[in-house]
Design a protein around this ligand. Structure first.
Ligand code: CA
Length: 228
């Protein structure tokens, strides 16, 4: 059975999530503190998605997220937030979260997000955990390499970081600001143009037809979207 970890110190919310996870066919692993969550993940290496509350009695959800990501790139992570503002998208991206849900949320919304993320991360947390495969592309997060149809694509570290961001967020429109913050860092003071420049270079390297890009598409007036 597909396992989902729910880290939430408020028992009523946690129970609500557990009931709905079970209803959606998932096995729920529960934790009430950050340390407990990390312990549970150690005992259950096959957890595919973790839902992390941010405000917790011990270490906060971002810290838990950072801890998980230090050893596990593959697991899907959804942050639970009390308000939209609480989830600084940049903080989430920098700590390695994949998605976030704002309280209060409906059961349908929750399971839709988990289903989507589970599809994305797959069920395999074993030996291929360091590979993300989409279409003809294989991204290896341990060696920091990208292959297209079995051939190595030579990328700069920045290009690699953008590809990783795209492949961790397939089908999601990413703003230039999101990309800049995730790849260059929140304190980067440069221009958004640098994103466009790097995307242009990436397209030359990975698109079948650079004039008609199909993998990295433009979202007019906003940013870019990855699909393979
Ligand atoms: Ca809480």
């Amino acid at each position: 059975m597909k396992k989902v970890l729910i880290l939430e110190d408020e028992v009523s919310i946690r129970s609500f999530v557990v009931i709905n996870l079970k209803r959606a066919g998932y096995e729920a692993i529960e934790a009430g503190t950050g340390m407990e969550a990390l312990e549970q993940l150690k005992n259950n290496p096959d957890v595919g998605v973790a839902i992390l509350d941010i405000m917790l009695p011990d270490i906060d959800g971002f810290e838990v997220c950072r801890n998980i990501r230090a050893t596990d790139k593959q697991i899907g992570i959804i942050m639970l937030t009390a308000r939209a503002q609480e989830m600084d998208k940049v903080t989430g991206l920098m700590t390695g979260a994949d998605d976030y849900i704002t309280k209060p949320f409906s059961p349908a919304e929750l399971t839709a997000r988990i289903d989507a993320l589970y599809r994305r991360v797959g069920n395999d947390t074993g030996k291929d955990a360091e590979e993300i495969q989409q279409g003809p592309f294989v991204l290896n997060t341990r060696n920091r390499t990208l292959d297209k149809a079995g051939r190595r694509v030579k990328l700069t570290q920045v290009e690699y970081a953008i590809m990783k961001l795209f492949m961790q967020n397939p089908g999601r429109a990413l703003s230039r600001e999101d990309i800049l913050a995730a790849v260059w860092g929140r304190d980067y003071d440069g221009e958004l143009k640098i994103v466009d420049v790097n995307i242009r270079r990436l397209r030359i390297k990975i698109e079948d037809d650079t004039a008609n890009p199909t993998y990295i598409t433009s979202v007019w007036g906003f940013g870019y979207k990855w699909g393979a």
